[in-house]
Design a protein around this ligand. Structure first.
Ligand SMILES: [Zn+2]
Length: 672
C-alpha cells in the first residue's frame, strides 16, 4: 500500500500489539448477568386477564424461552390489588390471581418472571381525586387519551408515593425476578406520536422555579432537560431502593441507564422514524449498552409489529431474525414481544423467531458472558437518544460495520491503552480530552465534524455554515489509493476551516450547479484543509473538519466510504487490522470474547435481505475469507458443526467460510 510521507513515520512507530487479556465478568452474581436469557414479552390487554396463566407458561417454555416479561400492574392490575386508586382489570374473573398463576407455574418450570408496570397513565377517578398528580398542559388542562386515561407527571404524588405503594404490595406478594417500567419519565408525545408539550403542573413549576428562577419553558431547553433528568433519577432511585429492600435479588429495568440493572431499548424497523431506515437497531443498542455499561445487561426488545399501530400485523420473519441475530452477535440474547398471549392472528414473525430461540437454547453456554473483543472504539456521547441516535454517529456505525472493522461503542475512554485499542473514532465533537494520554502513548484517533478537537491542531479560521455544491479536491492520491478514479469528493453542510497546513485534501468552495451552461468549472484551488493529520507524542490524529459521518448516513456516497476506509488504513496499517475479509458490505461481523480465555466467537449476520424499506430472504454468500488477529488452532461453525482448516502466521489466523446463509457463528479456539 502506498502511503503519504506524512503517515509513513506514523506506521513505523505504531506499537506492537499483544493479545488482550479477557475481561473478568461483573462481580455481581445477579441472574441477568450470569444466566442465559431468552425472553418473551406478553403485553396484556385488560381483556387478557382471564387467560390460563399455567398454559401461557407452558407455551413460552415450549417456544422455547426461559423468561417472561409479564404485565402485572399500573394502568391495569392483573391481580386482585387492594391499593386504592390501583384498579383490578375489569376482566379479571372473581377469585382469580393471574400474576400468582403465572408466577407459580413459571417458577415450577424454571422460568423467570419480570413484572411489567406502567405508571404513566391512570383512570379519570384518580385524576378527579388528585389532579395535582397529573401532567398539566400550559393552560392547566390534563393530557387525556382516547381511552380516557390521564397522563401522570413523574414529579407528582402518583409516581412518588402511590406507585411505590403499589410496588410494595406486588413485591410483598410475589417473588418477581425483575421489574420493568414502561413509558418512564415525562415523555412529551402520546402513543400516536403527537407532541403534548412539557408538564406545567404545580410541582414541576415550583421545582423548576426554585432551581432556575423562571417558569417552565414552552419548549425543552438545557435547564429543563437537566431538571427532567433529575426528576426521573429521583423516582428511579426510590424504585430501586424499594426493590432492593423487598426483593434484593430482583432486576430493575427501564429505559434509563442510572440506578437500573438492565437497560431497556426497543429494536424495530418503524417507518415513521426519520429516513434512512436504520437496520442496525438491535446491534447498536446491545453494542452501546454492554460496552458503555459493562455492569448492566441490555434488554433489546425485538418488536415484530408493522409500525406500533399494527399490533397484529408483523414485519417479515427475515427482518425479525436479522434483529434477533444482531442481539446475539453483540453479546445479548433473543427477545420477542407479543400483544396478548401466544395465540396470534399473524403467526409469521413468531414462526420465524422460533428456530432462533431453539438455536440459542441449544448453544446458550456458547453465548453466555460474551464481551466485545473489538480493538476499535466508536465513541458515543452519553446523551445520545437510543431511539434516534445522531446522523454522524450512525454514519460511522454503518461505515465501520460495512468496512468490517470490529468496534465497540462506548463513552468510556479513560485509561485506554494502545496495547488494547488500535483506534478511537469520534464521529462528531467534542473530543474527550482524556484521549490525549492515549494518543501520546501511541494511540490513533479519527475525528470528524466541525467542533475543534483541541489537541494542538491547527486553530479555527472560519466556520462555513450550510454549504451546498462544494467539494474537496484530493491533492495527493497517495494517501487515498482507493480514490484513484476520483479527484473530488462532495461536501454538504458545515465545514470548519482552519489555518493553512500541508494537507492532501483542500476545499473547492461552493459553485453553481445549474443550468449546465453555467456550472462551476472546479478550477479554484485553495489551501483550506479538508483533512488535518498530525502526529502527537507517539500517536496520530486524523481530523476531518466536516460531517462526513452525517453525510454518509444520509447519502451513502461510496467515495466518502473509501475516504474513511483509506484513512483507517493509514492510521492502522492493513496487516495490523484485527480483521480483514472479502465479505460483502451487507454482512455484519462481530468478534466476541468468550469467558473461556481460549476462545473467541466470530459472528456473521447476513443483512443482504434488506432492500427498500423491508427485509426479504438474505442472499446466500460463498467463500468468505477471514484473516483475524490471534493464533487459533480451530474454527468450527456452531450452525452446522463444520470445521474450517486454519492457517496461522505472524499472530494471525486465516480460514474460509464456504457458505453463509442468514447467520453463522464460528467458534475459534486456541490449543487443542
Ligand atoms: Zn409535572
Amino acid at each position: 500500500m502506498k502511503i503519504s510521507k506524512n503517515l509513513r513515520l506514523a506506521l513505523f512507530i505504531l506499537p506492537v500489539f499483544f493479545q488482550q487479556p479477557v475481561n473478568s465478568q461483573p462481580a455481581t452474581g445477579a441472574w441477568w448477568m450470569t444466566e442465559p436469557i431468552s425472553l418473551i414479552q406478553t403485553n396484556l390487554r385488560e381483556t387478557d386477564s382471564g387467560l390460563d396463566g399455567a398454559q401461557l407458561v407452558r407455551e413460552v417454555k415450549a417456544f422455547p424461552a426461559n423468561t417472561i416479561l409479564f404485565s402485572v400492574g399500573g394502568i391495569t392490575a392483573h391481580y386482585p390489588t387492594d391499593v386504592p386508586f390501583h384498579f383490578r382489570s375489569d376482566y379479571l374473573p372473581k377469585g382469580k390471581d393471574l400474576v400468582r398463576e403465572v408466577l407459580d407455574e413459571a417458577h415450577r418450570s424454571e422460568i423467570r418472571i419480570i413484572g411489567r408496570f406502567d405508571f404513566s397513565r391512570a383512570r379519570k377517578a384518580v385524576y378527579d381525586a388528585h389532579p395535582e398528580w397529573f401532567y398539566a398542559q400550559k393552560d392547566g388542562s390534563p393530557v387525556v387519551d382516547d381511552n380516557d386515561l390521564y397522563s401522570v407527571c413523574i414529579n407528582g404524588g402518583y409516581y412518588n408515593e402511590k406507585a411505590l405503594e403499589i410496588l410494595a404490595e406486588a413485591l410483598g406478594r410475589y417473588d418477581l425476578d425483575g421489574l420493568f417500567f414502561n413509558w418512564f419519565g415525562n415523555i412529551t408525545s402520546d402513543y400516536k406520536g403527537n407532541y403534548i408539550g412539557l408538564c406545567h403542573c404545580g410541582v414541576c413549576e415550583s421545582g423548576f422555579r426554585a432551581r432556575f428562577g423562571r417558569s417552565i419553558p414552552d419548549k425543552s431547553d438545557k435547564d429543563y432537560d437537566a431538571f427532567m433528568f433529575d426528576s426521573k433519577m429521583a423516582v428511579a432511585k426510590k424504585i430501586r431502593d424499594l426493590i432492593r429492600e423487598k426483593r434484593p435479588k430482583a432486576l430493575f429495568m427501564t429505559y434509563i441507564d442510572d440506578y437500573t440493572d438492565g437497560i431497556v431499548t426497543e429494536a424495530d424497523f418503524y417507518k415513521w422514524r426519520a429516513l434512512p431506515q436504520w437496520i442496525y437497531t438491535a446491534s447498536e443498542h446491545v453494542n452501546r449498552g454492554l460496552n458503555s455499561h459493562p455492569d448492566k445487561m441490555p434488554f433489546s426488545l425485538v418488536m415484530p409489529y408493522q409500525e406500533m399501530r399494527y399490533r397484529f400485523a408483523t414485519i417479515s420473519g427475515d427482518g425479525i431474525r436479522a434483529l434477533l441475530y444482531q442481539n446475539m452477535a453483540q453479546g445479548a440474547f433473543p427477545t420477542f414481544v407479543n400483544l396478548g398471549g401466544m395465540e396470534q392472528p399473524d403467526r409469521t414473525a413468531m414462526d420465524a423467531a422460533r428456530p432462533v430461540f431453539r438455536f440459542y437454547q441449544a448453544h446458550q453456554a456458547d453465548y453466555l458472558g460474551q464481551r466485545s473483543a473489538a480493538r476499535v472504539i466508536l465513541y458515543a456521547r452519553q446523551d445520545l437518544s437510543w431511539r434516534e441516535g445522531a446522523p454522524a454517529y450512525r454514519g460511522f456505525y454503518r461505515l465501520l460495520t460495512e468496512l468490517h472493522v470490529p468496534f465497540k461503542v462506548t463513552n468510556r475512554v479513560t485509561e485506554i491503552d494502545p496495547k488494547d485499542i488500535d483506534m478511537v473514532v469520534i464521529p462528531e465533537g467534542p473530543t474527550p480530552p482524556e484521549l490525549d494520554a492515549y494518543i501520546q502513548k501511541g494511540g490513533a484517533v479519527l475525528i470528524a465534524g466541525t467542533t475543534h478537537p483541541g489537541l494542538e491542531l491547527s486553530p479555527p479560521a472560519k466556520l462555513w455554515e450550510g454549504v451546498k455544491s462544494a467539494y474537496f479536491r484530493i491533492q495527493d492520491h497517495t494517501a487515498f489509493p482507493s480514490l484513484q478514479s476520483a479527484d473530488v469528493v462532495f461536501l454538504e453542510g458545515d465545514y470548519l476551516e482552519t489555518g493553512p497546513i500541508p494537507t492532501p485534501v483542500t476545499l473547492i468552495p461552493p459553485g453553481q450547479f445549474g443550468p449546465p451552461d453555467k456550472v462551476a468549472v472546479l478550477n479554484e484551488v485553495t489551501d483550506k484543509p479538508g483533512l488535518i493529520l498530525k502526529d502527537l507524542g507517539k500517536g496520530h490524529v486524523a481530523w476531518i473538519p466536516w460531517d462526513i459521518g452525517g453525510l454518509y448516513y444520509l447519502y451513502s456516497n461510496n467515495k466518502h466510504r473509501l475516504f474513511v476506509s483509506d484513512l483507517i488504513r493509514n492510521l492502522v496499517p492493513e496487516d495490523h487490522l484485527q480483521l480483514t475479509t472479502n465479505a460483502h458490505s451487507s454482512v455484519e461481523i462481530t468478534v466476541m470474547r468468550h469467558p473461556d480465555p481460549d476462545r473467541v466467537n466470530l459472528h456473521l449476520v447476513n443483512l443482504s435481505g434488506h432492500a427498500g424499506t423491508g427485509f426479504s430472504e438474505a442472499i446466500e454468500m460463498r467463500d468468505i475469507s477471514i484473516r483475524i488477529r490471534g493464533e487459533f488452532s480451530k474454527a468450527v461453525s456452531l450452525v452446522d458443526g463444520q470445521s474450517y482448516p486454519v492457517t496461522v502466521s505472524d499472530g494471525y489466523s486465516a480460514f474460509s467460510i464456504p457458505e453463509l446463509e442468514e447467520y453463522i457463528v464460528v467458534v475459534l479456539t486456541i490449543g487443542l
